[in-house]
Structures are given as C-alpha cells and as structure tokens.
Design a protein around this ligand. Structure first.
Ligand code: HEM
Length: 426
C-alpha cells in the first residue's frame, strides 16, 4: 500500500497550510529521531513506546506534518470524517490514477463496492481449494531439503505473486511477464528514487496495454469467469461500470496492495517461527493455534507501519488543533504496541487472544478489502510449511533482520529446513 512516512520529503511537496500559525513552542519530539537511520529501521519500537507515552499526537516542525502514535490517536484519525485520503501527490495516485486508496465520497463508495464484489469473500473457499493451497504446495515442494536457501526471494515473494496472478485472472502462460513488470512497480512504491521511478513507470507502460488487450479479448468472447477480472467484466457488462480504465487501474493497484503486503507478513511469520523456541512444535497440526499465531504476528510485526491522511477541514485530535490541508502520518504499528490496549505489548505471545483492536489492516472506510483473503493465504502457508518441514531454522551466519518502517520485513532470510520423510524418500 501507499504508506505514510518514508523520507522527510514524503508529502511529495504537499503544502501543509496553516501550520506556520500554530507551531508548537515545545521542542519537536522527532528532532533527534533519524527515521532513515539503521537503528530506527531495525527497531523502531522503543521510539514508538516513548512517543505513545509522552506525545501520542503532535506536530513535527522538522517533518512539517502531524503524527499519530497511540491507539486512541490512530483510531481517531482513521475513522474521522474530517480526514481524507485524497491527495494528487500520493505515489499510488501518480502510478495508477485515481483508485479506492486515494478517493473518498461517492467515487470511493462506488469503486469499493465493485472491488469488494470482485474479491468476493464468498469465493474465498473456492480460491483456497483451487488456487491458494495448490500454489503453496508447489512452492513448498520447490524448497530445498537441508540446504541454505533465501526464503524471501524463493518462497515469501513468490507465493502471493502467483496466487494473486491466478486470482486476478492473468493466464499462467503470461506469469513470467506479470512477474517481470510487478517487481519495478513494487520497487517504485516501496522507495522512490529517480531510477526506481523510471523503471516503475516503464513497467506500467507495458502492463497497461497488456491488461487493455486481455480485457478486450475476454469481452469479445464474452468470457467472465470467477477471477477478479472476470467479475469486473461481468459488472461492466451488466451495469456499464466500472469503466474499462477503472478496471485496469484497480487490477494494477492490487500488485502493491495484495502482493507486497502478504509476502512481507509471510516472511515475518517465518522469522518468528525461527526465532521463538518450540513454537513450531506447538503450532504443528493445530489450525486454530496457527490462526492465533498469524493474528499475533500481524499485531507484533505488521508489514505496513504507516499510512497518510490529510485534514479535509480544520479539526482537532486529542485536543491538538489541526488546520485544513495538514498531513498526518498515522502509525498503525505503534497503535498495536500501545500498553493502554495490550498487556506486555512488546512481548510476542502466540496465545494472546485475538483482538479487533489491532489496526494493522487499517480502520474506517478504507479498511483492507483483502483482509480475509490474506489471512487465509498466510495461515495456509504456515500450515503447509510446518506439515512439510520437521524443523525450520536460520542458516548459520548473521541473523536475518526484520527491517523498515513504512514497509517492514526481512530483506533476505537464509533458512535451512529439513523435510519430514515421505513414502518416496523412505
Ligand atoms: C498481510 C497482508 C495485507 C496487509 C497488511 C494490508 C494492509 C492494508 C491496510 C493497512 C490498508 C488501509 C490503508 C489506509 O487506510 O490507508 C489496506 C487497504 C487495502 N487493501 Fe490491504 N493489506 C493486505 C492484503 C491485501 C490483499 C490480499 C488485498 C487484495 C486482495 C488488499 C487490498 C487492499 C485494498 C484495495 C485496500 C484499499 C481499500 C480502500 O481504500 O477502500 N490488501 N490494506
């Protein structure tokens, strides 16, 4: 997704109007915080804890915007009608054009209904049996037995890419093309440099005509299957909307939204499976315990830490005045470590009761539409891995690091795992 804070210039030059008049006399809580420094990237949680306690919602002169850290402040911004996602400067807007993530009001409602219909929760079981489980089993079968291998590139990144390409309705024969264009689109949104921007825009220059042709071909033969594209085309055929351009935009949006989120959470799950003694034994064969574990990883190490909102009008949060047009970085991950909501928030506890107060899938009218689908896919990954491997461990060498803040997961993760003997190997 299009997260909030990446770099000091993250607002993309957006003017934070009215802010000059209400600058705080107090010192900037972020004056000493280096968001891009290694220490913060590797472990932002001590900084979050301090901010939750001392300044849950504040204006930072250094970053020219507001920040919400406590659960109360985060929820207040996410569910308030006084804040909007609409900004012409968001990277996702520039990349895809207007989509659900950066529209509010009637257009958001209309496009969200169409997308929810296309990712119909009622189809999850069918997706699971026909696409998710077979894809996971194929990828797990390809993992090496007893040899070090980077599971980020060879497993975590591949599963959601392949699952989503099939659910979207990309023909298997075009998978290599899809995979090739996805990588630069994701890199552009993860961290925009002049090089990643150019490569991302070039990739969109290939993807858009490809999707236009694919859609036109399917319309010509009247083929509307149970894929996301099939559902969109059926809606188009029956109601005249969304438009073909909107369909192409939203299919493209799913590349960062559905792929470059689920892959990171799968990686964070595997990292915790390796880092927490006896956890693999405890979870193996226990579907309910696995589901609880995944929910706790989503709280403890969510893959998206921040998102962005703009004040649609002058308002206030926890008594702090916010002028119209001001940008607010909302820290969903900090909210999930707020001691006001969770006992011992910095402890990873796979048996912690699930809570709907975890905001890692967002809150309010922009809450994640793929939440259930992602959860099914991630739980299935953990289950199939534990059924296949007797032990999964970090390979000898430096311990892999979960890192990043806007997006957070290990970059590389060399693993050595030993498969259970099967009838063929016995
Ligand atoms: C672990 C995986 C995932 C995580 C952590 C995640 C997280 C989020 C978050 C935090 C938001 C809200 C952003 C905001 O309000 O600014 C969001 C929105 C969204 N997500 Fe997900 N997501 C995941 C998987 C998926 C999947 C699998 C799909 C699609 C199949 C998906 C589609 C979307 C869409 C379209 C939105 C925008 C909804 C709107 O603005 O109305 N996500 N996601």
């Amino acid at each position: 997704m299009d997260g909030g804070l990446r770099a000091p210039e993250l607002c993309g030059g957006e003017t934070v109007t009215g802010v000059a008049q209400i600058k705080e006399a107090v010192s900037d809580p972020l004056a000493e915080v280096d968001f891009l420094g290694r220490a913060f990237q590797d472990d932002p949680y001590p900084v979050y804890a301090k901010l939750i306690k001392e300044t849950p919602f504040f204006y930072s002169d250094r970053y020219r915007q507001y920040f919400a850290f406590s659960a109360e402040a985060v929820r207040a911004v996410m569910v308030s009608k006084d804040f909007t996602v609409e900004s012409p400067f968001r990277a996702s807007r520039i990349m895809f054009g207007p989509t659900v993530v950066d529209l509010d009001g009637e257009n958001h409602r209309r496009l969200r209904i169409a997308l929810s219909e296309a990712i119909n929760v009622g189809k999850n079981q069918q997706y699971r049996e026909e696409i998710i489980l077979p894809t996971i089993r194929e990828r797990v079968a390809d993992l090496k037995d007893g040899e070090a291998q980077n599971w980020v590139s060879d497993f975590c990144d591949l599963v959601p890419l392949q699952v989503m390409s099939r659910i979207i309705g990309i023909p298997d024969s075009d998978f290599d093309f899809f995979k090739r264009v996805c990588a630069p689109i994701i890199s552009y949104l993860d961290f925009a440099t002049p090089e990643t921007k150019a490569a991302g825009i070039a990739a969109m220059g290939e993807l858009v005509p490809y999707l236009d042709d694919l859609l036109a071909g399917l319309v010509e033969v009247g083929s509307f299957d149970s894929s996301i594209i099939g559902s969109y085309l059926r809606q188009q055929h029956e109601n005249g909307q969304p438009s073909m351009v909107e369909i192409t935009r939203h299919v493209s949006l799913l590349i960062p939204a559905a792929i470059d989120t689920t892959n990171r959470l799968i990686a964070n799950c595997i990292w915790l499976l390796c880092d927490t003694p006896d956890l693999q034994k405890k979870l193996r064969g226990d579907t309910a315990a696995i589901s609880n574990f995944v929910t706790e990883v989503m709280r403890y190490e969510p893959p998206i830490h921040t998102t962005l909102r703009l004040a649609a009008k002058a308002t206030e949060v926890l008594g702090v005045p916010v002028p119209a047009g001001a940008a607010v970085t909302v820290n969903l991950a900090a909210a999930a470590r707020d001691p006001a909501l969770f006992d011992g928030p910095d402890n990873f506890d796979s048996e912690r009761p699930p809570s709907n107060r975890v905001l890692s899938f967002g809150a309010g009218k922009h809450q994640c539409v793929g939440k259930n689908l992602a959860t099914i896919e991630i739980c299935d990954c953990v289950e199939v891995l534990l059924d296949t491997f007797a032990d999964i461990a970090f390979a000898p060498g430096p311990k892999p690091q979960i890192t990043g803040t806007a997006f957070r997961s290990p970059v590389v993760m060399p693993i050595i795992a030993h498969k259970f003997p099967t009838e063929e190997t016995l």
